[in-house]
Structure formats: structure tokens, C-alpha cells
Design a binder for this molecule. Structure first.
Ligand SMILES: Cc1cc2nc3c(=O)[nH]c(=O)nc-3n(C[C@H](O)[C@H](O)[C@H](O)COP(=O)(O)OP(=O)(O)OC[C@H]3O[C@@H](n4cnc5c(N)ncnc54)[C@H](O)[C@@H]3O)c2cc1C
Length: 511
């Protein structure tokens, strides 16, 4: 391609990284980043980066990756503080302050020769061969071209507040707090020697009962909701150990899930949150934005025209992103229903958490933490299971699937006549926790009132359909209190074990 002018709207991680990589790959091109905020002024606190994200960064640009690794806070484990609690030792994740990450990316972009302009810009302001719209979740470019991008934005009904505290927790910590108004849940993790992200979630009814909607309404644009921060510091005083909660334009928000039918139109490419979001509970939005940047830069180098490069960028990235969005959607609803699982033993709750999105199977979790899976299986089946047994997928499956349930028999049934009442689940039920799921719950209630002793979810299809069925089974268990069985393909033994240990289903039938 000939020398080009590239305009990047947005100096978030996606925009800065794309600019640097494009300029490194094509030094003769003129690459400009337009960012409306002055240096260092950004929202949020620490973000987590997984080992696989760090590897992608190492490959794409070792210099900036080395600085990110150096500035990151590594090695913390995870703790679920429910009942006696359960702790997992540290993994390879690195957490880093968003402001620090942006500083590093900005310095590297400038070093590569990228021009930085502090300005709020709009499409008509720009004359460029390619416009990269990395302008975030509320992308003005996406809004302007919404029909072309076939953009859909779905706002959650639950609320979250992204705060921090001024000390480093030992572990990534998940804690529910019961108040007279309802339950609040914190996801907190250290990202520096004296900082931890402190992200609190609640449902709308609890938020209103605690009058936090009023506090929110009194919070001026651009400042932090100090009343909510005070309230939450009190609610989570046992986690904060006398430390305070810090805000950074912190106020209650509803997570926006962004999906676009197209990411590119003419010479405009959406990148990062502007094109797609993935719920923060899988900590992948920054990763996706950075990996979009890598793919876009590679496509620009490898293709003869901007149009061909944009085709390629979207073709390569879309399947990855959609896979993450599906995982994130499952994780999102898991968290929304987290307070309803608090009567599980800590090990079963941790197993449910680790397998929540279908990304990690119980076998893989048992490879890392056989003791936790052994505890979960012991609590489930009533018979002591050793960590060695739990670490062996075949032995674990035998122990869990072969255990018995009083009055019913084995957990895996192979005869039709146990099916006291079947609730057929059409494969199109993609939102077990949403309205379609509610419809099945209403039908199931009718069946139970008419005398059914248990519920059975039948159905075919591959793994996504089977995982949805397990989620629906869990909803039926929680909403109706009935014993719930589920049909699964015989090839999904690990998912069956995960569903049983994670209390999604009581019984499984392999089809
Ligand atoms: C609570 C929470 C926790 C999260 N935790 C994690 C985590 O642990 N790990 C992780 O990987 N991700 C996490 N994320 C996601 C992550 O923050 C985003 O996915 C990421 O910031 C997306 O990067 P981006 O560059 O696409 O957009 P942004 O970071 O939003 O950057 C967009 C930039 O564009 C600028 N801009 C917008 N419009 C204009 C304009 N017209 N002109 C000029 N500038 C403009 C904005 O000022 C902004 O700087 C979390 C998100 C939330 C909400």
C-alpha cells in the first residue's frame, strides 16, 4: 500500500496500541491519535491481563510488553469468602492500573512516531485514508453509523460501581455482603503495592432500597458518588480493614453489551469496546481491544488495499470476539445470580464459579486445584474423595456420576421411566436466565402443581445447547425447588460432572 494517513479516534488501550503497531509496521505512514482527555485522565482503576494476553503482547511488540509486565502486579491468588471460604494460590495473571497502562502505551506510541492530539473529534473533522474508531463503549462513530454497523447495545438491569482502595489485598477476593437492603457483592483484586480494584455489584431493587439511586442522582457529572462510596466502605469494612474507598469519576453504571453486525464501513473500522464489549467478570475488554489492534495492524501490512485489509481484520477477529462474548454472557448471568448460591459449600461454589462460562471444564480445574474439586465432590456425594482421585478425569467422573441420590438412585440414569415429567427445551432457548427461561419455569411450576415429582430437560444439539440446558436446569432448581435432571451428549462427561458439582443439575442422562 502507498503512504497513508491513519486517524485513530480514542487514546484508550485499543487506539494507542493500534497506532503504535501500525506506525511500527509502516513507518512512512502518518498516524495520529485524537484523545479528548488530557494525558493521564481516565476512568477506572486496575485491569487484569491473563498469561495468554501477555503472550500475545510479547509476540506483537516485545518492548511495550516488557514495560507492561514490569509495571504490572503479578502472582495474586483468588479467594471466595463464603462460609469458611476457599483460597486458590496465585496464577499467572497480571493486574495493572489503567492509567499506568495508558501511560506506557502512549509513551511507546510517541516513540514509534505517532502524533498525539488532544481534541474531541468527529468523523467529518477528519481527512484520512483510514479512520480507526477506538472511541470506547459509548462510541460516537458507532452511534453515527449505527445502521451501517448494525449496532445493538443492551443495558444490564443490575448495577456496578468501579472503585478502588489504598492497599493491596493478598488475593483477588469475592465477597457477598448481606445488608437490610439486600446483597452487595465485591470483586476486588490488587493491582499495585498500595492499590486494589474494588468493584461492587448489586441488583436494582437493593440499590433503590439503600437509596443509592438518590445518591447517584445527586452526583455531578464527572465527579464520584461519595455517598455510595461511604455506604459501601461501611458494608465492606471487614474486607477494607479500616482503609477507605477511592473514586475516580466513580458512580453506579449499568454494563452495556455492545454487538455490531459489521465492524467496518467504507474507510472506518471500529476497534475495541466501540465494536464489542465482554462483561468485566471475565476481565477481557482490554485484551480484546489490544488483540483487535494486533489483527488490524497485521491486516494492513498483509493486504494491498484498505478495503481488503478491513475485510481481513473483521474476518479474523469476529469469531474470536464472538466466542469471548458468549463466555462473558454466561459469566455475567452467573454473577447476577451469585447471591442465590450462597448455601453451597465453598468448594462447590468455587467449582460452580470456575466452570460458570463453559471455558474451563471441571477436569481442567481439577488439574490445577484437585483438593478443591475433591472437597466439592465429597460434599456432593457424601463419600470422601481424595485429591489424587479428583485429578484423574475418569476416576472423578466415576465417583461423581456413579454417586447416588436418596430415593432416586444413581446420578446418571439410563432408563426412560425415571422421566416423571419432561420439559422439552427447544434449542433456541439461548437465555436460560431471561424471559425464555422464565417461560419454561412457569410451565414447570404448572407441571409440579399437576403432580410431577421431578423435572427433566430433554434436548439435542452440541455443547452450547447442552450448557444452556444446564443453566436452565439450575434456574429450575432454584426457582421451583424441584429435583431437575438434564439430557447431555455422552461426549460431555466433564460438563456433566461440572453441572452436578456446581449444583446446576441433580441428575444427568447421557443421550
Ligand atoms: C468495571 C470494569 C472492569 C474492567 N476490568 C477489566 C479487566 O480486568 N481486564 C480487561 O481486560 N478489561 C477490563 N475492562 C474492560 C476495559 O476497561 C475496556 O474493554 C477497555 O478499556 C476498552 O478499550 P478501548 O480502547 O476500546 O476503549 P476505552 O478504554 O474506553 O478508550 C476510549 C477512548 O476514546 C476517547 N474518546 C471517545 N470519544 C472520543 C472522541 N470523539 N474524540 C476523542 N477521543 C474520544 C475516550 O476519552 C477514551 O479515552 C473492565 C471494564 C469495566 C467497566
Amino acid at each position: 500500500m502507498d503512504a497513508r494517513r491513519i486517524a485513530v479516534i480514542g487514546g484508550g488501550p485499543g487506539g494507542l496500541y493500534a497506532a503504535r503497531l501500525i506506525k511500527l509496521a509502516c513507518p512512512s505512514w502518518e498516524v495520529t491519535v485524537y484523545e479528548r482527555n488530557v494525558d493521564g485522565r481516565t476512568f477506572g482503576f486496575g485491569v487484569g491481563l491473563t498469561p495468554s494476553t501477555l503472550r500475545s503482547l510479547d509476540e506483537a511488540d516485545p518492548d511495550s510488553a516488557a514495560d507492561i509486565r514490569r509495571a504490572g502486579h503479578a502472582g495474586h491468588g483468588m479467594e471466595m469468602r463464603v462460609g469458611a471460604g476457599v483460597r486458590l494460590p496465585g496464577g499467572g495473571n497480571v493486574a495493572i492500573g489503567r492509567a499506568v497502562l495508558l501511560d506506557i502505551l502512549r509513551i511507546h506510541a510517541v516513540r514509534a512516531g505517532v502524533r498525539m492530539v488532544t481534541a474531541h473529534v468527529d468523523l467529518p473533522d477528519l481527512e484520512a485514508d483510514l479512520i480507526v474508531a477506538a472511541d470506547g463503549v459509548r462510541s460516537g462513530v458507532r452511534e453515527k453509523l449505527a445502521p451501517e454497523f448494525r449496532a445493538q447495545v443492551e443495558l444490564d438491569d443490575a448495577l456496578y460501581l468501579w472503585a478502588a482502595t489504598d492497599f493491596a489485598l493478598d488475593h483477588a477476593t469475592f465477597v457477598p455482603a448481606h445488608t437490610p437492603h439486600g446483597v452487595f457483592v465485591v470483586h476486588a483484586y490488587p493491582y499495585g503495592p498500595d492499590r486494589s480494584t474494588f468493584l461492587v455489584e448489586t441488583d436494582e431493587a437493593t440499590w433503590r432500597r439503600a437509596a443509592l439511586d438518590v445518591a447517584d442522582a445527586h452526583t455531578e457529572e464527572g465527579s464520584s458518588d461519595e455517598r455510595s462510596l461511604e455506604y459501601l466502605a461501611d458494608v465492606f469494612s471487614d474486607v477494607l480493614l479500616g482503609h477507605r474507598l477511592l473514586g475516580n469519576r466513580t458512580r453506579w453504571q449499568r454494563f452495556a453489551t455492545v454487538r455490531c453486525g459489521r465492524w467496518c464501513h467504507d474507510n472506518v473500522a471500529l476497534l475495541g469496546d466501540a465494536a464489542h464489549t465482554a462483561h468485566y467478570s471475565i476481565g477481557s475488554g482490554t485484551k480484546l481491544a489490544l488483540e483487535d489492534a494486533i489483527a488490524l495492524a497485521q491486516a494492513l501490512v498483509g493486504e494491498a488495499s484498505i478495503a481488503a485489509a478491513l475485510e481481513r481484520y473483521e474476518a479474523i477477529r469476529r469469531p474470536w470476539v464472538e466466542r469471548f462474548q458468549a463466555i462473558a454472557a454466561r459469566s455475567h448471568v452467573w454473577w447476577k445470580n451469585f447471591p442465590r448460591r450462597l448455601d453451597l459449600t465453598p468448594a462447590r461454589l468455587m467449582t460452580s464459579y470456575m466452570t460458570r462460562a463453559g471455558n474451563v471444564t471441571v477436569d481442567r480445574f481439577a488439574e490445577w486445584h484437585p483438593d478443591v474439586v475433591a472437597d466439592a465432590a465429597t460434599a456432593f456425594g457424601g463419600e470422601e474423595l481424595s485429591a489424587e482421585t479428583a485429578a484423574d478425569p475418569a476416576q472423578l467422573a466415576n465417583a461423581v456420576l456413579g454417586s447416588s441420590i436418596p430415593g432416586i438412585g444413581r446420578r446418571v440414569v439410563d432408563c426412560e421411566d425415571l422421566t416423571a415429567f419432561a420439559v422439552p427445551l427447544a434449542e433456541s432457548v439461548t437465555d436460560p436466565w431471561g424471559p425464555e427461561g422464565a417461560h419454561v419455569v412457569a410451565r414447570a411450576r404448572g407441571m409440579l402443581e399437576a403432580g410431577a415429582r421431578m423435572l427433566w430437560l430433554t434436548g439435542d444439539g452440541g455443547r452450547p445447547a447442552a450448557l444452556s440446558r444446564c443453566d436452565l436446569a439450575e434456574r429450575l432448581r432454584l426457582d421451583t425447588g424441584a429435583v431437575v435432571g438434564v439430557d447431555l451428549p455422552a461426549s460431555l462427561a466433564a460438563d456433566a460432572v461440572g453441572a452436578l458439582l456446581g449444583a446446576r443439575a441433580d441428575l444427568v442422562r447421557f443421550r
